[in-house]
Every structure is written in C-alpha cells, then in structure tokens.
Ligand binder design. Sequence first.
Ligand code: 2NE
Length: 270
Amino acid sequence: ISWTPIKEFKEILFTQFGSIAKISINRPQVHNAFTPLTVQEMIEAMRTCQDRTDIGVIILTGEGGRAFCSGGDQSVRGHGGYVGEDTVPRLNVLELQKIIRSIPKPVIAMVAGWAIGGGHVLHVVCDLTIAADNARFGQTGPNVGSFDGGFGASYLARVVGQKKAREIWFLCDQYDAQEALDMGLVNKVVPLDKLEETTVAWCHKILQKSPLALRMLKSSFNAELDGQAGIQELAGNATLLYYLSDEAKEGRNAYMEKRQPDFSKFPKFP
Ligand code: 2NE
C-alpha cells in the first residue's frame, strides 16, 4: 500500500491512500507517547479529514509495530498538565477524543503492540478497532497518578460493561488481543503482518456505503450516550438533510427575493 503524504508534521505522519486518511503517531522511541504537540498535530489532521470531501474514513495508528500509543509522555507532564514549548500545561488529548467521536466519518484504530493509558482511551473512542496479535491493552492511571473519568471511564464501561471497566481501571492489568476480543473491546484480531491490509480492506468496504447513512449512524450511536452534545450532532445532520430539500430552499429563496414563502406545495407526511 502506497501512502501519499498530505502534510508534513513533527510528531505524526499524515498520509492518504485514495479516500483513506492515515494519522500515525511517530514517536516509536517512547512507544508513541503523546506530547501536547503530538495531540495538536492530530487535531489539525482530524480537522483536515473532516473538511476534505474526498476523505471517507480515517485510520488512527502508531509507527513502529511495537505500540499504538502509550498515553501521555510522562517526561513532559508538569504541574497541571502536559507541557509543550509554550510552557502551558494542557490536557488537549480530551479535545482530540471529542473530535474523534464527533467527526462525521468512521475512525478506525489500527493497533499493533501497546495501547496503554491515554493511548488506550484513544482506541476506545474510535468507532472500530482492529488489533494485531501482538496488541496489549490496559490503563495505568492509578499507577502513575492519573485517571480519565470521561470517555475513558464511562464510554469504556458502555463498551465492555461496568464490572470489566472497573477491573481494567482498579487493577491496571494488561490484556492481550484475544482477551480484548473476548470482552468486545476490539472488532477483529489479525496477524501483525496482515494488520494494515485488513484495516484497508475494512476501509474499502466502508467506502462503498452511503456516506450520509454512515454519518447519520455515527451521530445516532453517539446521541444516546452524549446528552445534549450528542443530540446536537444528530440534529445538525437533520438540518444538513433538510437544507438539501426544495422545501428548505423555498424558505431561503423567499427571504432573498423579499417575498412570502409558499410552502403549500410541500407534502404534510403522515
Ligand atoms: C507501555 C509499557 C507497558 C511498555 O513497557 P516496555 O517494557 O515494553 O517498554 P519500556 O522500556 O517501558 O518503554 C520504552 C521506552 O519508552 C518510554 C520508556 O520510558 C522507555 O524509555 P527508555 O527507558 O528507553 O528511555 N515510554 C513508554 N511509555 C512512556 C510514556 N507514557 N511516557 C514517557 N515515556 C514512555 C511501558 O512503557 C509503560 O507502562 N509506559 C507508561 C504508560 C503510562 O503510564 N502512560 C501514561 C498514562 S496517563 C495518561 O496517558 C493520561 C491520562 O490518564 C489522562 C489524561 C491524559 C493522559
């Protein structure tokens, strides 16, 4: 598979293959732990994927085959957050989680090796996870003086159930790919050398589907769980669909033509 660069970044690779975008953390020397800059770059890449109408599906992964992501880089964790060049402590990975969840295109976590701590939460918030047989999953927060009580706790519990989610956080054990599959934490496990091929094949299947149907489904899955923010997403999609209709266009045209709108010809559906 020949990936073409979309934009050069310092701590991630951002490439595409047809309508598939790949965002890959490029810090294999620390098992792809993220800094504020890594996260800022991933946010920018996600926003680009959202805006580009030729991109239909996004793969999130890590370089090197030994780790997806090992969470926040503890060497830059300061007083109140992770500190970048601007010396401001941040937890901007929470912003990235929200974008992954709300971007109206499927996001697939492609996990080889470690998905640990905040890196584990990143795969949890992706729509789908395909794991290599060398993948290992877990949270470490209570070991290293951290926790993620947002999606990292509540959405994890929706995925694997309350008892298992509490076990994952309270014991900080590590789980292999088969255990992750058994608890519904991942969608598929494949040999490491088949990981990218399989993920791309899933992407191509998805790309054959109706993009609006996928968009509506993603926001529908979110709506039940995400309160008013979830309803806003689903309702935004309803507005998008309404704007495509002649009925909505009559309202806009009448306003622009400084006349009363004539909605009489539009059916009052049962
Ligand atoms: C992932 C794990 C279990 C792998 O162990 P192993 O033995 O295979 O590798 P090793 O030797 O620990 O790691 C290789 C190098 O990567 C660095 C290590 O320090 C080591 O560096 P050198 O000794 O070779 O110089 N490295 C790995 N993870 C790192 C990290 N997160 N930050 C900085 N350097 C890291 C093992 O490496 C491990 O347990 N890593 C730490 C996982 C962790 O606790 N992550 C943070 C959780 S908190 C979080 O992510 C978070 C949150 O809870 C809430 C909001 C935002 C973030």
